[in-house]
Design a protein around this ligand. Sequence first.
Ligand code: ADP
Length: 374
Amino acid sequence: MKRFKVLVINSGSSSIKYCLFDVRTNSRKSDARFRLYYKGLIEKIGQKDERVKNHKDGIRLLLDELVRTKEAGLKRLDEIFVIGHRVVHGGVEFEQPTVVTDKVIAQIRRCFELAPLHNPANLAGIRACRELLPDTRQVAIFDTAFHQTLPDYAYIYGLPYEYYKKYNLRKYGFHGTSHHYVALEAAKILKKPLKKLKLITCHLGNGCSIAAINNGKSVDTSMGFTPLEGLVMGTRCGDIDPASVIFLEKKEKKSLEEIDRVLNYESGLKGISGISNDMREIKKAAGQGHDRSRLALDIFAYRIKKYIGSYLAALGGADAIVFTAGIGENEKDIRAKALEGLFNFLNKKKTRVLVIPTNEELMIAKQAFHLVRG
Ligand code: ADP
């Protein structure tokens, strides 16, 4: 038996989440067993009066903590076999987890304009790790990669084609690591190879998206060019008539940047209910007779139902509908409401409903380990 340590880094604009996994393998490489050893969070990066001025300070701090903390079980940093980094946007450049090289860094940089809030922070974490641990391999895992299998008729928008050619303006989809992970887990539960299954996976957290997966490949997904498209989310609006933006710009005399902020941070459950972006609080308020909270719940569930229905049509049925993430895993009433009536169209015996906890960190650890180990 051999043992390895795999570090997973999720580097955001002001925080870094990290997990250290212990991996045991026997002679059959596919039998690698992963165990979470330690996890932590560095916060308030770059904020006034904080000692963590930038991502390099943050990475230095977390590496120090890993060797200092007994539970991490790490004596020296060179025991880390590989570091897996979450990267939000891989554009059209990345279809797979990829070992980080100078060329890969340049490609991630090219995706900055597609995800200006996320990719620069993701790359800052990668660069800091490369500087501090130059001999340790780094792997980038992209939220968009799993959806790179979408057919062109699902990812091209009804805009002049030249914008797609000029700017790669198209649907990408996100939460790919989570959709892929729960799909693999569903295949285990259904005792069939993923390559022989039709699945609809619903990731319902603060951000929400649905994917249609045919024979292991994502063939459609609700998020789009950015994570704004699709379902109603905690603070994001999801699908709206694009003309609403032009209307609001005139009526509210807001700049496009301000409207962008409204669509991303002031809309969704928060905007409709006027109470909160948190499902638990909205449910509580709805239970106490708050009508806008009741409406937020109805809209949220109805949008999920519409997407599930359309993906049932796209796939020609499904072996399972899978729910995951904070709301998907915990909110039975939302699941029931979203599925209400749908089974009239389905063969109940054929389509299972599964609730599977997501584990994006584990998926990143596995992909990084297997890519480097071969
Ligand atoms: P994120 O996208 O930030 O990772 P989560 O997957 O943690 O989000 O989901 C957050 C949402 O899940 C919130 O709307 C929260 O109200 C809802 N939720 C409902 N029940 C629970 C629960 N028992 N634990 C955590 N979140 C829950």
